[in-house]
Design a protein around this ligand. Structure first.
Ligand SMILES: O=C(O)CCC(=O)C(=O)O
Ligand SMILES: [Fe+2]
Length: 286
């Protein structure tokens, strides 16, 4: 496998005064890489630290407690996954635990989230609210950049976000495992909070793996397949993977902007040029 010779994921400064400049940068990064990091995004360092820490604390709890705390929703809206037990000799072993749940939108849905660690609900409610604000702003810029109504994705298309708290323990045999296999995200946009100083996330571009080097207090943003379809192939739902290491545990928090299940995902009508037609088939068959 070829590794990057210095190619880097673009960094977008959301604090620039010129909104049009930000829009141009985000659009270019999404067309060329499908991945970028954002700085000056307005989410406080304290909240980012608190959020990462609460997920570290959750994953450090005994297994029985984690199972109990993630099993409150009878409809399976909150789940704990482990992939360490997959045992297929032909494929690489996965090395990750994930707590996955819908985002709290009301007191009603809050009751299904873990109650331990003690501040889990409070921190996650605050965090998801802040990330939603930033995520919708990024979506508005992208839609505007595509020539759509800036609010094109702001309703049902982004109404059912999901939160995934990943934990990748150190692995004694990193060459035999992956934290996450090569994949494209199945949603509109993902906003990832990742641990400082650990290079594990890689993006596949032009035949090589590019490492997403953590920038302290930046978020990693990537385009998912649904936005690739909506943009009629202009934005890239890039392939990425997570590698393991033998020394450090790594925790990340992924916020998936997703539609409600009733939404139909199709190219925006105004982006289907006469004659060319929708190109999603090509995108998915590629
Ligand atoms: O944990 C990471 O670095 C990436 C996670 C990811 O790719 C995902 O949740 O889809
Ligand atoms: Fe992903």
């Amino acid at each position: 496998m070829v590794f990057s010779s210095g190619n880097k994921i673009p960094v977008v400064d959301l604090g620039l005064h010129d909104r049009h400049e930000i829009l141009k940068h985000i659009l270019k990064a999404s067309e060329e890489y499908g991945f970028f990091q954002v700085i000056n995004h307005g989410v406080s360092k304290e909240l980012m630290d608190e959020t990462l820490n609460i997920f570290k604390e959750f994953h450090a709890m005994p297994a029985e407690e984690k199972i109990r705390e993630s099993s409150r929703d009878p409809n399976g809206g909150c789940r704990l996954y482990t992939s360490r037990e997959i045992n297929n000799k032909d494929i690489v072993q996965f090395w990750r635990d994930t707590l996955r749940h819908l985002c709290p939108s009301s007191q009603d849905s809050m009751q299904f989230l873990p109650q331990k660690p003690a501040k889990y609900r409070e921190v996650v409610a605050k965090y998801t609210q802040e990330i939603r604000r930033m995520g919708l702003e990024i979506l508005e810029l992208l839609c505007e950049g595509l020539g759509l109504d800036p609010k094109y994705c702001s309703g049902g298309l982004s109404e059912s976000p999901l939160l995934l708290g990943h934990h990748y323990p150190p692995c004694p045999e990193p060459s035999l495992t992956l934290g996450a296999p090569k994949h494209r995200d199945p949603n509109l946009v993902t906003i990832l909070l990742q641990e400082k100083d650990i290079n594990s996330l890689q993006v596949f571009k032009d035949g090589e793996w590019i490492v997403v080097e953590p920038i302290p207090y930046a978020f990693v943003v990537n385009i998912g397949l649904m936005l690739q379809v909506i943009s009629n192939g202009r934005l890239i739902g890039a392939e990425h993977r997570v590698v393991t290491n033998s020394e450090f545990a790594r925790t990340t928090v992924a916020y998936f902007i997703r539609p409600t299940s009733k939404q139909i995902i199709e190219p925006a009508k105004s982006l289907i040029s006469s004659g060319a037609g929708p190109c999603w088939e090509k995108n998915f068959k590629g």
